[in-house]
Design a protein around this ligand. Structure first.
Ligand code: ZN
Length: 488
């Protein structure tokens, strides 16, 4: 009886006549860069905010600095650690503003050295945060605007599912994206905050939230990103600005405390924040999510998928027209994934299906210069396809230069050619006897900024800091760029 009733209920739930479209949801990811290890009052601020959110049943994500975790331990703040542990824990670098910060030390390095150096400097802090809070940090975001593409390589090693921050080095129409194979919310349209100065600030922020909610619901659902720093509730100046501005790097014994807010100013700050969050929470279509939950909502459904010959033909048709990311029904592909699929199809001689591995990284080095047009034959092209397939499998990235015997071509030119070869051989025909390769460009590089002073405006950088070679490296990682799609 019970069973047949539940079957009936199930049948009613799934019957097409009664199935309704899922209602759009405004997902709100609330995150805190928890970083100030100098002003002890910021420990209490973290406690107060975390406790209040727990009481309100809002789960937030606290991105914690390694030195902050160690400092809480040294100050024996078990209460703060316990309160934060009820939320999700992310990572916000080992020392945050002690010089050199990540973009500075990464700016002088290529891909492999940069990934290894980021791992050497930052992994100990990751391990400390994990030990102190008893959770593996689920996301990373850089200190200030100290961004570098090599951090994504280390995150993949650490199996971290999300890059979460606010900045402009990389962005796709201000929507969530995949970059370096990592789910990324960064240059995000709906990054909303309230200033903490009282009712007038909150009113303005509420109006902005209402407008964002309207747009998101009209879009069929989406994400709002809201961030704070616990120290903002208790200080008048950031802890690091008081010590590490413009490249300064004083020893620990000369670190000074930043100016604190008065108790009245702090109360206004808390009240503003609490009022804003209560306002957001009362909408029935708003749901708070953590980094892990956001990454699951936007999970990459191309990874591990089997691509049939028909699907690969469609992918090749698009790649033969332009080298861009591709949106298909239910998944999206980055150019490096398109290269993997099409090349594997040629190298394995038209298999029934190709399985996509984790997103191959972009090339580590600039390509060798190539001639305006390179012509090769079927035999050489087939041998090169084998070599590129082996390279992709062994190194997990796009080769910087593709060799047709002793002739160098760019990976972009090779991708355009392999797309045409897939189409030419789709009906079981042999490889064409003569194959032309022409210089080509990726359209996705436009989503990564050229080096410019605005990227490095953080007060902690030396004023003349620039990173042209690193931003070129970041553009080569545009091979990995594609939209992140909200799953129903
Ligand atoms: Zn920070």
């Amino acid at each position: 009886m019970v069973r047949s009733l539940s079957v009936l209920v199930l049948a009613l739930l799934v019957s097409p006549a009664t199935a309704a479209e899922p209602k759009p949801v405004v997902f709100v990811i609330l995150w805190f860069d928890t970083e100030d290890y100098i002003l002890p009052a910021s420990d209490d601020a973290a406690l107060q905010v975390a406790d209040w959110l727990t009481k309100e049943e809002i789960k937030a994500t606290f991105k914690i600095v390694g030195e902050k975790a160690r400092t809480l331990e040294k100050r024996d703040r078990k209460d703060v650690i316990a309160a934060l542990s009820k939320h999700e824990i992310g990572y916000h670098s080992n020392y945050h503003s002690v010089q050199p910060t990540p973009a500075m030390y990464l700016s002088a390095l290529g891909w492999d050295e940069g990934v290894a150096e980021f791992d050497r400097r930052e992994k100990p802090g990751y391990d400390d945060v994990k030990r102190v809070f008893g959770q593996s940090p689920t996301c990373y975001g850089q200190p200030g605007s100290s961004w570098g593409p090599q951090s994504y390589g280390a995150m993949r090693r650490w199996k971290m599912p999300m890059y979460l921050d606010s900045g402009s080095h990389v962005g796709l129409d201000r929507k969530p994206l995949y970059y370096g194979g990592v789910f990324t919310v960064y240059h995000h349209e709906h990054t909303l905050r309230t200033d903490l100065g009282g009712e007038k600030d909150v009113e303005k922020a509420e109006a902005r939230f209402v407008e964002a909610r309207r747009k998101i619901l009209a879009d069929g659902g989406g994400l709002v990103s809201i961030y704070y720093h616990p120290c903002e509730f208790v200080h008048r100046q950031f802890w690091d600005g008081a010590n590490f501005s413009k490249g300064a790097n004083p020893p620990r014994e000369r670190w000074v405390k930043p100016e604190a807010k008065t108790p009245e100013e702090s109360k206004t700050a808390y009240d503003s924040f609490f009022a804003y969050l209560r306002f957001i929470k009362r909408f029935a279509d708003v749901r708070f999510v953590t980094a892990t939950e956001a990454a699951a909502l936007y999970r990459d459904t191309a990874a591990d998928r089997e691509f049939t010959a028909d699907m690969i033909r469609t992918i090749a048709e698009r790649a033969a027209k332009e080298l861009d990311f591709q949106r298909h029904d239910g998944y999206a592909l980055a150019p490096s994934e398109v290269l993997y699929l099409l090349n594997e199809f040629v190298a394995a001689k038209r298999p029934k299906a190709v399985k996509l591995p984790p997103t191959p990284f972009g090339p580590s080095e600039p390509p060798r210069a190539m001639a305006a047009t390179v012509t090769t034959d079927a035999s050489q092209f087939a041998r090169t396809a084998d070599d590129v397939a082996d390279y992709l499998r062994k190194h997990g990235r796009v080769p910087s230069t593709v060799w047709l015997g002793s002739t160098a071509v760019t990976p972009e030119a090779y991708l355009a050619a392999v797309a045409k070869v897939v189409l030419a051989t789709a009906d079981g025909k042999p490889l064409p006897e003569s194959i032309e390769l022409k210089p080509a460009a990726l359209l996705t590089t436009k989503y990564v900024q050229d080096d410019n002073p605005k990227l490095w405006g953080w007060v902690i950088f030396p004023p003349d800091f620039r990173a042209p070679a690193m931003m070129e490296l970041a553009k080569r990682q545009a091979w990995t760029l594609k939209p992140a799609v909200l799953r129903p």
